[in-house]
Design a protein. Structure first.
Length: 474
């Protein structure tokens, strides 16, 4: 089985969020079970500087709207045997900002062209017109940045079967309608039964309409997006396509996120030998100027600071939580008002609360290892990863009853699921967690139950491989 995995980001070459983790891990897991999966990525600075063994395999001399475009073949990293095709077009991809926004956080005004190119190359390589000897049976597209690929492929006359994965329906890639013709899309596709969305061009809707199969990153999220409010205006189309929509839960890198061999930790532990977790807690408290207190329940949060993540609820109950005798660590960045409120909370409670604005990979591992309880009260969460990391590290999660959080946390067994999406609902879950924390034998049992869960990518890869086989068989 040959699969072209088109994505705008993939760890470790380029990352802004969970999509990069999926794109870095799933192709490797697929190759581990015998699927010839290859990545297709834009040629950002970090991709060209990080990918190994690069060589040119294709040069398109006069691609309409773009001119000359090179395609390079490389390896994801020196120690991972994952082939990567890189769309080398410096004018669109080699910029000083991030992959989607400039240094000031504003979307690039030519994003439609930038990711129209990625989609067009994906469709070309998946079509009978491809100049390459390697021909995929499946084109696997991810999020709006590759959403035009199934449409291009359809209007080119077909080719590989296409899969469109929805990582977060809130981001849809909506642009002005006057870009339809310049991007090489036929006018007949600009309608409700196509890529038209409230009078504009929607990259994501194109993928959802024209792809042969749709997947979402958890079974619950696949159900949630078929109705309001999480359908984000596309619930009608998704409900119409329910028979070709599957929820496949993301996995995590079980080697990188392993408390018995984590290079970011000064201590190690496991489900069978959990004593080292106490040392991780002490080190974390000391590093963040918190009182070194083994008995104080230590709550951790690692998140984008946005209302989606329920951070406002955490800040509403923060003073009450600390008055109870707990400690709280907040790590992340995002909304300026939420960042300011987090700093104020920490300032009101020196030695009991810490707010670290920004992102630090090593510190995120240390928080997962040192905290007793992890807060993830999201209003919606397509899949989520930190709740799985937390269980892996014996850190009991408190989560919202949504998406992949609901699918991966068993209430009262491996964590706590909020009964309602609100600050009072979060506090009720916290009270349950604190009561369990006071019962040490029961708490150890809950920790070990979480640490024994299988969140490996192999499980997910086998589900994708079965889907690919089904599609390839017609």
């Amino acid at each position: 089985m040959k699969v072209l995995f088109a994505t705008p980001e993939a760890r470790p070459l380029i990352k802004t969020g969970g999509l990069a983790d999926v794109s870095g891990a799933l192709p490797a897991a697929l190759r581990g079970i015998g699927v010839d999966c290859r990545l297709l990525l834009p040629g950002y600075h970090s991709v060209l500087s990080g990918a190994r063994e690069q060589r040119e395999v294709l040069r398109l001399a006069n691609l309409p709207g773009y001119g000359e475009v090179r395609l390079l073949e490389a390896r994801l990293t020196s120690d991972e045997d994952v082939p990567v095709y890189i769309v080398d077009y410096p004018y669109h991809y080699q910029r000083d900002g991030g992959p989607y926004q400039d240094a000031s956080g504003r979307d690039y005004p030519d994003n439609a062209w930038r990711f129209g190119l990625l989609s067009r190359i994906a469709a070309l390589l998946a079509s009978p017109l491809s100049p390459l000897d390697w021909r995929p049976r499946i084109l696997h597209c991810n999020d709006w940045q590759t959403g035009l690929a199934p449409a291009y492929l359809k209007f080119m006359g077909g080719g590989a079967a296409s899969v469109m994965t929805i990582h977060n329906l809130a981001y849809q890639g909506v642009f002005a309608p006057d870009l339809v013709a310049p991007l090489g899309l036929p006018r007949e596709g600009f309608r409700i039964e196509g890529f038209e969305y409230h009078g504009k061009l929607s990259f994501l809707k194109a993928g959802l309409y024209y792809a042969d199969w749709l997947t979402a990153v958890s079974p619950t999220y696949a159900e949630e997006i078929q109705r309001e409010p999480l359908g984000m205006g596309l619930q009608g189309l998704l409900a119409h396509r329910r028979e070709s929509l599957t929820g496949i839960l993301n996995g995590i890198d079980m080697a990188e996120w392993n408390p018995s061999s984590d290079l970011h930790l000064s201590c190690d532990y496991s489900a069978r030998a959990p004593a080292g977790k106490k040392r991780c807690k002490q080190v974390l408290q000391g590093d963040l100027n918190l009182e070194v207190n083994e008995e104080a329940p230590l709550f951790g949060l690692i998140s984008r600071f946005t209302p989606q993540k329920g951070l406002d609820w955490v800040l509403q109950v923060g003073d009450r939580l600390i008055a109870w005798g707990a400690q709280l660590i907040l790590l992340g960045k995002g909304d300026a008002e939420l960042e300011h409120a987090a700093r104020l909370l920490a300032a009101r409670h020196p030695g009991r609360a810490a707010a670290i604005i920004g992102y630090d990979e090593g510190l995120s591992h240390r928080v997962e290892a040192g905290a007793d309880i992890f807060l993830m009260p999201s209003r919606f969460e397509p899949c989520g990863l930190n709740q799985m990391y937390s269980q892996r590290y014996g850190t009991v999660p408190i989560v919202g009853a949504t998406g992949g959080l609901k699918d991966t946390v068993e209430d009262g067994v491996t964590g706590f699921v909020m009964s309602e999406p609100s600050a009072p609902g979060l506090w009720l879950a916290i009270e349950r967690a604190l009561a369990a924390y006071a019962d040490k034998p029961a708490w150890r049992h809950m920790m070990q139950a979480g640490m024994q869960q299988d969140f490996s990518w192999e499980r997910s890869a086998r589900q994708y491989a079965a889907l690919y086989e089904k599609l390839a068989a017609g």
